[in-house]
Design a protein around this ligand. Structure first.
Ligand code: SF4
Length: 54
């Protein structure tokens, strides 16, 4: 799983079409069953180091 740091994201949405399982949504478009994941993502994104650059 990948977490996106909400303070680092600039909402460019470039990652949305790249996700192979269509699991990334802009905050405003998160489906209702997954709304609780917004808070989980914010919490977990601060617990892991950033992904290394490609
Ligand atoms: S690619 Fe995705 S995570 Fe990165 S800044 Fe753009 S919207 Fe945010």
């Amino acid at each position: 799983m990948v977490y996106i740091h909400p303070d680092e994201c600039v909402y460019c949405e470039a990652c949305i079409p790249e996700c192979p399982v269509e699991a990334i949504f802009h905050d405003d478009n998160v489906p209702t069953p997954w709304l609780h994941d917004i808070e989980l993502n914010a919490k977990r994104s601060k617990e892991f180091p950033p992904a290394p650059p490609k």
